[in-house]
Structures are given as structure tokens and as C-alpha cells.
Design a protein around this ligand. Structure first.
Ligand code: ATP
Ligand code: LTN
Length: 337
């Protein structure tokens, strides 16, 4: 067996439903990059998931390529990892159908993301939004995934994925690897700069709430300077009681790699204005090279198309093997029977 095939597997994905944000680096991309040389990695652009919210077709197409370019700009090495678009590998939707027949209605109704998104999109609470975590389970289980690096909000979906895998394995015979979440200690939930009790999101209508990875230096500085904090006077890390300032400390940590304790020690008595200026400087220095690489890579659509076609081919080989096993176990007839 070659070394590559002995490595454990990682799967993760991001929806191409807007320009990616600092939250995606903090909760996902940074860890994908750190783990990519030790694992067999599949990094997916989950476009079918994005359909659960009504999309402008031209935007969805554009954001799909943006997303691929951003994976590379953030440091994913295409020689190591397989990068592909979910809808290019039909096995995802097919396994999701089978898994949906193993999912309880009540179980799916308890997903907090479904409850939140149904409130946000009250005019379009569609069945796809309800089935969203089942498609996510299919994404993960098709690749016999060991580890799923995600932000904190995805923990509950991972639990459902594990439950479904176990249920199927128990009903038939071992079929799926049971995946573990990989959630970072800091940056697992970067908060909105305008309302630090809410997650930073690419779809927030208030653009001042979110650092987009294509924001220029002026926009980054302006957004950090305007970030909502509290009326305290010390720089302390206390996410429950001081969420605004704690979020800025996490952003500083993300941008510099300095330990949280050291940052707090250094800035404890600084004014909020001084600390915000330091956060803005650090973030500009951190994001500028990512943005420059992004625009270079994004310019070459032929290269991106080639990468994604190859990625889908590689992914389909692995995915189809699992899907065929599942079809056989549940009793779907095939001419080979
Ligand atoms: P949106 O940003 O539009 O709310 P989303 O979070 O629902 O999107 P994706 O964009 O698909 O969904 O997120 C993909 C990955 O990025 C997930 O692992 C998620 O946990 C992580 N992520 C997204 N936003 C943040 C954030 N603010 N902090 C930490 N991780 C995040
Ligand atoms: N639901 C995730 C995106 C996602 C995902 C996945 C993440 C879809 N399929 C598989 C990890 C593994 C979200 O963050 N909204």
C-alpha cells in the first residue's frame, strides 16, 4: 500500500453563497492548510447546499470560482488536496437521498441551524433547508472521512452525521467510518463586528459587520475601528461578558499567531482606540498577501476550470465506491447481481 493511501482522510466544505470572510479563515481554511500534508484531503465547494437559500444564478457561478481561488490563496496546495465542486459529483445527492430515509423527522427538526435559518428566511422555509444536514452527512461519509475541520456552529451537524453512520453500520455491516469534528480552540466562532453576539457571516446585510477576504486595506481599517465593543476600559479576554473586545483579541491572535495571554498582558491598559489600531495593522498585514494571491489566481479561469474538473474526477472515484456499497447493502438491484 502506498503512503498516500494509509493517511487518514479529511473532508470539509464551504458554501459559495458570497465572498468568503475572516470567519472562514479562522474556523476552517487555516486548519485545512495546517492539516493538509498529514491527511488525504477533500475540500469541497458545496454549491448544492447554497441552493437552500434563493441565489442569483450569475452570482452563484461567480462565487463558485471565487471560492476555489480563495482556497488556493489561503494556502491549500492543489498538489496535495482534492478541490472540487459538490454538484460535479452526483454521488453526494444520491447518498443524501438514502440517508434521508434513515433520518427521523424530529431529529432533523432539532437542528439549530435549521431553526435559525428558517427565521432568517421566513419567506422561503424549503424542504432543502430542512434536509441540509443530511446532504452534509453524505458529503462527509462518502469519503470515509476521519476528521472534519469546521467552525463551532457545525458541531451539531457532525453529531447527526455520526449518528447516521452508526445507525447504518448497525443496520447492515460496517460501511462508514465514524468522523470526528476538528474545532479550533480560538477562532471557532468569529463574531459580527456590529453585533458581537452574532456570528460573523458572509450574508450579513450590514457590510460593516464582516471582514470580507477581498476587502482593501482601508475597508479593513475602517471596519475594525468601527467595531462595536463595550464601555469597559481594559483589554480582557472574556467572550461571555465582553464579547466585542474578546472578538478583537481573537482576530489579533489569528493575524499574528501571538498567544491570547501575551496579547492581553501587552495591551491590558491600552485604550480601545490604540488596541483597535494595532488589530487593524496586524490584520492588514495578514490579509494583504492572501488578497493579492486571490486576485492573481481568480484571473486565470482556465486554470481553475482544469483544477475543478480534475478534482471532481478524483473525488468521484472514491465517492462512487462508497455509494455502490450502500446501494448493494440496502438492496438496490444492479445488473452485476
Ligand atoms: P454564512 O457565512 O453565509 O453564514 P455559513 O457559516 O452558514 O455561511 P459556510 O459559509 O458554508 O456557512 O461556512 C463554512 C465553514 O466556515 C464552516 O466550517 C463554518 O463553521 C466556518 N465559518 C463560517 N463563519 C464562521 C465564523 N464567523 N467563525 C468561525 N468559523 C466560521
Ligand atoms: N454546513 C457547512 C458547510 C458544509 C460542510 C460539509 C462542512 C457542507 N458540507 C461537509 C464540512 C463538511 C456550513 O458551514 N454551513
Amino acid at each position: 500500500m502506498s503512503q498516500a493511501s494509509q493517511r487518514l482522510t479529511i473532508f470539509s466544505g464551504i458554501q459559495p453563497s458570497g465572498m468568503l470572510t475572516l470567519g472562514h479563515i479562522a474556523g476552517a481554511l487555516r486548519n485545512w492548510v495546517a492539516l493538509q500534508y498529514d491527511y488525504r484531503c477533500f475540500f469541497c465547494i458545496v454549491d448544492l447546499h447554497a441552493l437552500t437559500v434563493r441565489q442569483v444564478p450569475a452570482n452563484l457561478r461567480r462565487w463558485t470560482l471565487d471560492c476555489a481561488a480563495m482556497y488556493l490563496a489561503a494556502g491549500i496546495d492543489p498538489a496535495q488536496a482534492t478541490i472540487f465542486v459538490q454538484s460535479h459529483v452526483p454521488a453526494h445527492a444520491e447518498l443524501a437521498w438514502v440517508l434521508s430515509t434513515f433520518t427521523g423527522f424530529g431529529e432533523a427538526s432539532r437542528m439549530t441551524q435549521f431553526k435559525e435559518k428558517s427565521e432568517q428566511h421566513a419567506h422561503n422555509v424549503n424542504v432543502g433547508l430542512f434536509a441540509y444536514p443530511i446532504l452534509m452527512a453524505a458529503d462527509i461519509l462518502l469519503y470515509q472521512t476521519n476528521l472534519v475541520p469546521v467552525g463551532e456552529d457545525q458541531k451539531q451537524h457532525l453529531e447527526l452525521t455520526r449518528d447516521l453512520a452508526q445507525r447504518f453500520n448497525n443496520a447492515y455491516s460496517p460501511t462508514f467510518t465514524i468522523p470526528e469534528p476538528y474545532i479550533p480552540k480560538y477562532g471557532a466562532r468569529l463574531m459580527s463586528l456590529q453585533d458581537p453576539r452574532k456570528k460573523m457571516s458572509k450574508s450579513d446585510p450590514n457590510h460593516n459587520a464582516t471582514i470580507f477576504l477581498a476587502d482593501d486595506n482601508d475597508a479593513i481599517r475602517r471596519k475594525i475601528q468601527r467595531a462595536v465593543t463595550d464601555s469597559g476600559t481594559t483589554i480582557e479576554y472574556d467572550p461571555d461578558n465582553r464579547p466585542g473586545i474578546s472578538n478583537l483579541i481573537e482576530i489579533y491572535h489569528l493575524a499574528t499567531g501571538d498567544p491570547i495571554e501575551q496579547i492581553v498582558e501587552h495591551y491590558r491598559t491600552a485604550s480601545y482606540a490604540t488596541f483597535k489600531a494595532a488589530v487593524a495593522d496586524a490584520l492588514v498585514a495578514y490579509l494583504e498577501p492572501v488578497r493579492t494571491r486571490f486576485f492573481q489566481i481568480r484571473d486565470d479561469e482556465a486554470f481553475l476550470a482544469d483544477l475543478l474538473v480534475r478534482g471532481a474526477r478524483e473525488a468521484a472515484q472514491v465517492a462512487n465506491r462508497t455509494l455502490q456499497k450502500v446501494y448493494r447493502k440496502v438492496g438496490l438491484w444492479s445488473p452485476k447481481d
